[in-house]
Design a protein around this ligand. Structure first.
Ligand SMILES: [Zn+2]
Ligand SMILES: [Zn+2]
Length: 551
């Protein structure tokens, strides 16, 4: 490795030279596949290495070095779109440490194994087809050994402690309130007597979620790398989950049916358990002694991890319950189905029941067996509690499909299909603005990532307009010099499937227009209560503007 970069000269990423560099790899103008590459204080490291899931807009640039040349990884949280490529990094020779909070490390140990299982299963399935058609043999993205290898590199860091990882590199994990163990990561880098602080927001949580804390607001940074998933949207009024869920249960049991909840194993499942415990405690269901089956080995393991981390991760309310001897996510009548036999036996239980099973979008797992057994029954209810991606069985059901295909068979949909609205683990646009405005002095630059293409641009515009920040939404491959704050390499978008790159300029200017429109709405609300004469004048001006452009 040539370490001979002249002081002050630019070195390309990958060379172990002088200078602090940040390169954007994944979740750039996209939501999933979070990954950032840094070179600083003589180390090369990553923040997150997630898998891309769902629609893919742009190609991600590869890491500038081999896995074996990465010194360590910092991990914000366990979700697969942040952690899911770590086994691939291990397969590529990486043997450094992966620093994360204790709960994240524990959740990763089940989620990465589950992910490896899916990769291997998919490869087997593809290869069966390939054999029949004479196609090429497909190699899994990674194996169980790779996942176990990556899991073995996890190192647990407590929340709130400043840790010196290497000379010149200090980090601190603070609670991001998004998922058990989730963190924003503060990094202080010192080179030749100069220190820069960079904050990675991770996924920023919603407020008032059950069990976990609200996000931590950080008041100081030179640079911020920030998520923007809901950068253009508000969650609106907070629904009354407990009473809505109780109403669905009561109706279903009164009809003599069962309630099926396809749920995401980690996070969403534990929230539903929390609500059902409240429903039991408040005796909101009358006339039925019901049981609740948790039918997913992954969800059962995740629930135990929640139990173990009440001290470091639960909010005050949940801790208070624990101190009174109440486990907030367990209750009388909760059964777990671990083996396949356990799962099959559920249908022979005659009592009214709730079955919580994975996967959340009904694409795999035991939920598909329960759907086959129950979808044709008029008195049953299937209640969706999370986002359903386009093309999934869950989405088809939510959109009113009359039949769905399960295990090679068409199953008619007679059951009631319902949606419990709006439990989001993410802050909405107001929450994101609140998080961003907590910095007491303006950061030198805010990098907006982890949002859909246009949303990253809209949110960057809001940060500029309303907080006066220098905000940019970089594309994959962009490199910034953190010593100077200048772009060392500004990458152009590389659209997947050859969409036109020229769309970029149009996109960012349209984003400016949308942000202006959103600001206009804010200004309108600020004027509530102003004299009628002024309001009428304002309205006429907006109408005139609208008439001019409505062409
Ligand atoms: Zn997440
Ligand atoms: Zn995420």
């Amino acid at each position: 490795m040539s370490g001979h970069t002249e002081c002050g000269a630019r070195s390309i990423p990958g060379e172990r030279g002088v200078g602090m560099k940040l390169m954007f790899i994944g979740a750039a103008h996209e939501v999933t596949g979070s990954c950032y590459y840094l070179e600083a204080a003589g180390s090369r490291f990553l923040v997150d290495f997630g898998m891309e899931q769902g629609p893919d807009t742009y190609e991600n640039q590869p890491l500038p070095v081999k896995g074996e040349q990465i010194d360590f990884v910092l991990l914000t949280h366990a979700h697969i779109d942040h952690s899911g490529n770590l086994p691939a990094l291990y397969a590529d020779g990486f043997r450094g440490e992966i620093f994360a909070t204790a709960a994240t490390a524990d959740l990763c140990s089940i989620m990465l194994r589950d992910s490896a299982h899916i990769q291997v299963y998919e490869a087997e399935w593809r290869n069966k087809r390939a054999k029949r058609s004479g196609g090429e043999i497909y190699k899994p993205v990674y194996t169980m050994e790779d996942a176990m290898g990556a899991i073995g590199q996890l190192r647990k860091c407590p929340y709130g402690s400043m840790i010196e990882l290497r000379p010149g590199i200090h980090v601190r994990f603070v609670d991001a309130g998004h998922l058990l163990g989730s963190a924003s990561i503060e990094i202080w880098i010192t080179e030749e007597g100069e220190t820069r602080k960079i904050v990675f927001s991770g996924d920023i949580g919603n407020v008032n979620q059950p069990l976990i804390n609200d996000p931590t607001y950080i008041d100081e940074a030179d640079y911020v790398v920030m998520e923007s998933t809901y950068g253009d949207r508000s969650h609106g009024e907070v629904p009354d989950y407990v009473n809505s869920l109780a109403a669905v249960m009561q109706q279903t049991f009164d009809r003599g049916g069962d309630l099926l909840i396809p749920s995401f194993a980690v996070g969403r499942t534990q929230e539903i358990l929390y609500f059902i415990r409240q429903i039991k405690e408040m005796k909101l269901i009358s006339g039925h002694d019901f049981v609740v089956y948790l039918d997913s080995p992954l969800a059962i393991e995740a629930t135990s991890i929640f139990d173990e981390h009440y001290e470091d991760c639960y909010d005050e309310e949940a801790k208070e319950l624990v101190s009174k001897g109440v486990n907030p996510i367990r209750f009388y009548g909760l059964r777990t189905a671990i083996t396949v036999e356990d799962s099959k036996n559920i249908e022979y239980d005659e009592r009214p029941k709730v079955i919580i099973s994975a996967s959340g979008m009904c694409e795999a797992g035991r939920i598909r067996h329960h759907l086959k057994d129950n979808l044709w029954r008029k008195n049953c209810t299937v209640l969706f509690v999370g986002y359903q991606a386009v093309g999934t069985t869950g989405r088809a059901l939510v959109e009113g499909a009359e039949k769905v295909r399960l295990f090679g068979e068409d199953v008619i949909v007679n059951a009631n299909i319902m949606v419990l609205p709006g439990i989001s683990g993410h802050a909405d646009n107001t929450g994101l603005m609140k998080w961003a405005s907590a910095f007491t002095r303006k950061p030198k630059k805010v990098f907006v990532c982890h949002g859909e293409d246009l949303v990253t641009e809209i949110f960057a515009e809001r940060l500029k307009k309303e907080l006066g920040y220098e905000a940019v939404a970089p594309y994959s491959g962009t490199v910034y010099d953190l010593m100077t704050g200048e772009a060392a390499e500004e990458a152009m978008p590389v659209p997947v499937k050859k969409k036109k790159a020229a769309a970029r300029k149009a996109t960012s200017i349209f984003a400016r227009l949308v942000a202006s429109g959103q600001r206009l709405m804010d200004v309108i609300y600020k004027n509530e209560g102003s004299p009628n004469k002024d309001l009428a004048k304002f309205a006429s001006q907006i109408d005139a503007l609208s008439d001019k452009w409505n062409r």
